[in-house]
Structure formats: structure tokens, C-alpha cells
Design a protein around this ligand. Structure first.
Ligand SMILES: NC(=O)c1ccc[n+]([C@@H]2O[C@H](COP(=O)([O-])OP(=O)(O)OC[C@H]3O[C@@H](n4cnc5c(N)ncnc54)[C@H](OP(=O)(O)O)[C@@H]3O)[C@@H](O)[C@H]2O)c1
Length: 358
């Protein structure tokens, strides 16, 4: 008896290796079993524009795929995109059975790959480990369905819930280990976003160090356009993209001259408007790093999907020291955003809390 679920879990783990490299494509992993049920090939989608998972797995299996089973985390594609359709490769390899974790909602596929395989006489099943597959590709699915990127909200705070001292000093709240985690995150997202206040207070560079799978655009939201004449973002705008969302581009002519892209929307700047525009650029993951005003606007709009919070065992005190999330906030405790699937783990001396909005 073949343990399909075990192989599917392995295929999901393979798929995850593509994180940061494949977006805006989905992460996909595949395992090929021969007719006797032995694993003879595996692969994953490694790079945007590159070969799909099935192609790698079938190539490794070669002739042993004939009469065998393909286990794949997403329905094989049936259209000519950047590469030929995978359904053709599956049929050419003589695969007898295909087990997919989920159908691909991508409009040019949308169940068509499974229909085509069935019509060609392949035994097709769909839905094995589907919840895990959906969670793995939640950012891909959100961009496809909502036209907006998956939003990661990140902050570091002290034990007494402060984002900085009363003088605005915030370097550093969290430990080196926590900051390394943040740099890992930065290295796999499409954009890192902050509000104007953070540019003024911290003069951040907002790059991943060391570099990760992709280079994120640095995004600043400032309706007023009152950004500094000199700062690291502006000075490096030709090296790593800087996008400024503003209602007052006239105040930012110097930023544009130095290479920043100024974006005005048809309506005054809102979180919703910014996310729609980032989605139109096919950004799959956006990391919002603060500050309190920006995170407050984000949470009031219920627009964050995933949370990464680092709590450092330090106490700074001070009635005027900022806390991580401003905005309007909840009126009653029962209105608080309760994170789903929240986990916590030590990160150096800090605690790293991760969770989801739903
Ligand atoms: N510990 C951490 O993890 C961390 C991370 C980042 C920052 N910080 C700290 O956070 C503090 C800065 O926080 P902050 O609240 O002063 O500044 P902020 O949130 O970085 O920026 C606020 C500004 O962002 C713009 N903005 C935000 N939401 C908007 C919206 N919905 N529509 C239009 N514009 C919007 C506005 O700019 P305009 O006024 O131009 O419209 C607003 O004044 C600093 O002390 C910094 O050190 C800490």
C-alpha cells in the first residue's frame, strides 16, 4: 500500500525550497513513484521562469516513470506560459496516476490540467494534504484572488511594550539573532514598507544583509511628502528600488531625481490603495516594518495577514515612549485581533511570536 500522504508531505517540503525564488509563481514540489510504488524522482520549482517541479521529477525518473504515479502539490499546468505545459510532459512520460494536493486557481489552468489528464486516461485524484498546500501558497492565492500582496507585519518591542524610548531611540531593541531573522524575511519578500516617521527617526537602509533570494523594493508611505533631503534610502535609490507613495509629489522632486519612483494614486493615500498598487505590480509578499502610525493604519484596515513580533527582555518605561501599534485601535477586548495559529519560540534572549490574522 503506497503512503501517498507521506510522499505528499515530502513534496510540500520540496516545494518550500522555492520560497523567495519563484514568486509571483506558486511554490510547487513533486515526487514520482514507479509502477511498484518506489520513489524514483523528485523536484521542485526552483526559479521564476524556470522549469516546473514535475519536469525535474520526471527527468530524474526517466523511463521508470512509465506506469507510475506523480504526486504533486499543485495541479499540473496545461498552458504555454514561460515553459511548455506540464500535462504534456506527464503524458509523454507514461504516468498512469496523478495525485495533486489542490487545483490551481490560476485562470489559464483552473482545473483544466486535471480534466485534460483524466481525458487522456490518467487516474487523477485531487485534495491530498490540501490545507497544508493552501497554507504554503497562501500569498500566491491571495494575490490571485484579491489582487493584493500577502502582508507581513513586523515589530520588535520591549517587555513593557515600547517601540522606542521616549527620545525615539530604537537601536537596538531586539537581539542580533532576532535581527538576523528579520533580514532572512527581508531577503524573500518583494517589498519592505515603512511610514514617513520611521525614515525620519531611524534613517533605515531596509535591505537584506546578507542578501536573500530576491531584492525587495523599499517602499515609503508619506501623504505629506515631508521626507528628509538626505537619508540612506534616497542616497541608494539607484542601487535598490525606492517607491514613495505620496499625495504631494511636488515636495519630492529631489527624490525622483535621485532615482526614487513617486506614486500618486487616484484618491488620497490609504493602506488599501497602496496594497492594490503593489498587487498590480504582482508583488506577492510585502513586509511592513513600522512604525506605530503605519502599523496602526494597517491594523485598523485589518490588512495584515501574518505577524512577526520580537519581544526583548528589556524595560524602557516612559509614558511618552511609543508603543508598536497606534491607529484607532479596538474599543473592547472582544474586538481585539486574536492571532490564529500563534507560536512562540526563543530567539537569542528574545521571544519570537508568529501568527496569522485568520
Ligand atoms: N521597533 C521596531 O520594530 C520599529 C520599527 C520601525 C520603526 N520604529 C520606530 O517607530 C517610530 C516611528 O513611528 P511613527 O508612528 O512616528 O511613524 P511611521 O508609522 O513610520 O510613519 C507615520 C507616517 O506614515 C505615513 N502614513 C502612515 N499611514 C498612512 C496612511 N494610512 N495614509 C497616509 N499616510 C500614512 C504618514 O506620513 P505623512 O505624515 O507624510 O502623511 C505618517 O505620518 C520611530 O521611533 C522608530 O524608531 C520601531
Amino acid at each position: 500500500m503506497i503512503d501517498i500522504e507521506r510522499h505528499m508531505r515530502h513534496a510540500l517540503a520540496l516545494a518550500a525550497r522555492g520560497r523567495g525564488f519563484v514568486e509571483p509563481n506558486p511554490m510547487v514540489g513533486a515526487v514520482v513513484l514507479d509502477a511498484a510504488g518506489r520513489a524514483v524522482g523528485e523536484g521542485w520549482h526552483q526559479q521564476f521562469g524556470g522549469a516546473h517541479a514535475e519536469v525535474f521529477a520526471l527527468a530524474e525518473a526517466g523511463e521508470r516513470a512509465r506506469g507510475g504515479t506523480l504526486i504533486v502539490t499543485l495541479e499540473p499546468c496545461c498552458h504555454h506560459g514561460k515553459t511548455p505545459p506540464c500535462t504534456g510532459a506527464v503524458l509523454a512520460a507514461g504516468i498512469a496516476r496523478v495525485v495533486a494536493a489542490m487545483a490551481d486557481p490560476f485562470p489559464k489552468v483552473a482545473g483544466g490540467g486535471l480534466v485534460l489528464l483524466r481525458a487522456a486516461g490518467v487516474q487523477v485524484e485531487c485534495g491530498v494534504c490540501e490545507a497544508d498546500a493552501r497554507e504554503l501558497n497562501a500569498p500566491y492565492l491571495k494575490l490571485l484572488h484579491a489582487g493584493k500582496p500577502w502582508v507581513h507585519a513586523k515589530w520588535a518591542m520591549t517587555l513593557d511594550g515600547k517601540l522606542a524610548t521616549r527620545t525615539g531611540d530604537s537601536k537596538w531593541i531586539s537581539s542580533e539573532e532576532s535581527r538576523a531573522r528579520v533580514h532572512e524575511l527581508r531577503g524573500r519578500v518583494d517589498a519592505i514598507l515603512v511610514g514617513r516617521g520611521t525614515v525620519l527617526a531611524d534613517d533605515p537602509l531596509l535591505t537584506a544583509r546578507p542578501a536573500g533570494a530576491r531584492v525587495a523594493a523599499r517602499v515609503v508611505v508619506s501623504a505629506s511628502g515631508a521626507l528628509p533631503e538626505r537619508c540612506q534610502l534616497r542616497a541608494t535609490a539607484r542601487e535598490v528600488p525606492v517607491i514613495v507613495y505620496t499625495d504631494n509629489p511636488d515636495r519630492l522632486v529631489g527624490w525622483a531625481a535621485d532615482g526614487a519612483e513617486l506614486v500618486t494614486l487616484s484618491e488620497p493615500i490609504t493602506v488599501e490603495g497602496v496594497l492594490n498598487d503593489l498587487g498590480a505590480r504582482r508583488f506577492t509578499n510585502v513586509l511592513v516594518e513600522g512604525g506605530a502610525g503605519m502599523l496602526g493604519a494597517l491594523l485598523d484596515a485589518r490588512a495584515a495577514d501574518e505577524f512577526h513580533v520580537f519581544v526583548a527582555p528589556k524595560v524602557v518605561g516612559g509614558a511618552s515612549a511609543p508603543s508598536p501599534v497606534d491607529g484607532r485601535g479596538a474599543e473592547l477586548m472582544r474586538d481585539a485581533l486574536a492571532l490564529a495559529r500563534a507560536t512562540s519560540e526563543p530567539c537569542g534572549p528574545d521571544v519570537y511570536v508568529r501568527g496569522f490574522s485568520g
